[in-house]
Structure formats: C-alpha cells, structure tokens
Design a protein around this ligand. Structure first.
Ligand code: ATP
Length: 240
C-alpha cells in the first residue's frame, strides 16, 4: 500500500470560550493530498476547529502540527506563510474592492516582487465566471461568485493545506456542484483540503476521509465511503 505522509496532526485539542468548552480532546489526522471532511450539527465545534488550526482561537490544551511544525508556536500570519490557509465561513470578501484586488490580497504573504499573473490565470482557469468580473466590486457579485472569489483568494496564498468553512452555504445546487468539482481539482493539483460542511452527504461523497464532530468531540471517523454507509452516521448526522 502507498505510504502517505501525515501533514496535519491534531492531538487532544481542547478549546474553551470563557469557560464553556467547545472542543474536547479532538484527535485528527489529515494526510497529504487528501480531502478530509468534517461534518456535524450546529454548534459541534467545526468552525472552532478551523479557527484553532489557523491560530485565531487559542487552545487550552493539545497540540497541532503541520509538516512537523508546532502551529502553537506560530502567529496566525506565520501559519499562513507556513502554507495553512483558511477560507472562512461567510466568504468575507472585501465588497468595496475589485475582484482583482481581493485576489491580490490573498497573496499578501508571498515574497515581495513575486509575479502573480500566472497565479491569477490559474485561479481564473478554475473559476471561469470570474474572468469577466475582475474589475467589478466584489460586493456586487452573486453569492456563488463571491464564494469563488473567497476560494480563489485563498489559493493565491499558495496553500499546502486549504481549509474551507461551509463553502456551499446558501448557494444554488448548480453552484454547489461547481464548487465541489473545483475542490476535486484542487486536491488533484496536490493541495490537501480540510473541509467543514453542513452539506454532509455531498462533502463525504467528495472526501477521502471524514470526521463527525458532535458537542466538541469526535463522534465518528473513518473513510468517507464507510461513513456514508454507516447506519448510525446516516441516521444521526446525514438525516437519511
Ligand atoms: P455551526 O455549524 O453552527 O457554525 P460549528 O460546528 O461551527 O457550528 P462553532 O461555531 O465552532 O460550531 O461553535 C462551537 C461552540 O462554541 C458553540 O457552543 C458556540 O456557541 C460556541 N462559540 C463559538 N464561537 C464562540 C465565541 N466567539 N464566544 C463564545 N462561544 C462561542
């Protein structure tokens, strides 16, 4: 069997907000070049997990390493420079800036003087609808186009691990299908993907592995195809 290098390793992560525990002893591994989906009900701790990896929320205990480096020792901007990039829930595009400027903003951590034109071309190849929108204000785009900008902006940082929080939220089925096709393509390009989704069945059907978070704990994990077949997971978390 092919040996995979483990890229992201989370060991016993614990997070509290003002004494209320949001993550309780979470262990997780995201192997290089895979797409790992994290699903679970509202308030399960999914967003907290991504924000903790990004260094935006402090851990009370546990360890997170990416490529052998302890992320707990790095500030949020250094974590991005280390290749861990977070596309947040709600897109957070800068509505009063053009699409092009939003994309350039994603590359702020790249070395000064880098020629970004090939990277812009590469993200536009993934999201052709943005080609004719480059000079338009990002805030004037549809929700689906804004999500494309958010993912494209994340890719401009040249991630080795791209984390996405609910990229399908509020989008039409056809746009969701396109977003998931792009995630497949991103993984094919060798970028590791950690995906948080309410759209659990869709996420698992595109993922290699899945984790179910519930009340801040890992309630189940395994290959995505096994989770999709698991009666308990289907009843409790997929609404099937
Ligand atoms: P959703 O799918 O609704 O976004 P989630 O699985 O992403 O939920 P989190 O947003 O991580 O869950 O929330 C986990 C728990 O932490 C919840 O009980 C939530 O109320 C709490 N929480 C999240 N952010 C904060 C915060 N900034 N301050 C206090 N409590 C918070």
């Amino acid at each position: 069997m092919e040996r995979r290098i483990e890229v992201l390793t989370i060991t016993d992560a614990q997070v509290s907000y003002d004494g209320s525990v949001a993550l309780r002893g979470v262990d997780m591994t995201v192997p290089q070049g895979t797409l790992v989906a994290v699903i679970g009900p509202n308030g399960a701790g999914k967003t907290t997990l991504l924000r903790t990896i990004s260094g935006l929320v402090p851990r009370t205990a546990g360890k997170i390493t990416f490529d052998g480096v302890d992320l707990g020792r790095l500030s949020a901007d250094k974590i991005v420079r280390h290749g861990v990039v977070h596309v947040p829930e709600g897109r957070m595009v800068l509505g009063r800036m053009s699409v092009h400027d939003n994309l350039l903003l994603g590359a702020h951590c790249r070395p000064r003087g880098t020629n970004l034109s090939p990277d812009i071309d590469a993200v536009l190849a993934l999201f052709p609808p943005l080609k004719t929108r480059l000079t338009q204000l990002a805030g004037s785009l549809s929700g689906g186009e804004q999500q494309m900008v958010a993912i494209a902006r994340g890719l401009m940082a040249k991630p080795r691990l791209l984390m996405l929080d609910e990229p399908s939220l509020g989008l039409a089925p056809l746009v969701i299908k396109r977003i998931f096709e792009v995630l497949d393509e991103i993984r094919r390009q060798g970028i590791t993907v950690l995906l948080v989704e309410q759209n659990a069945e869709m996420a698992l059907s595109h993922a290699d592995q899945g984790y179910v978070l519930d009340l801040g704990r890992v309630a189940a994990h395994g290959s995505a195809s096994d989770l999709l077949k698991d009666e308990r997971v289907r009843n409790a978390y997929l609404g099937i």
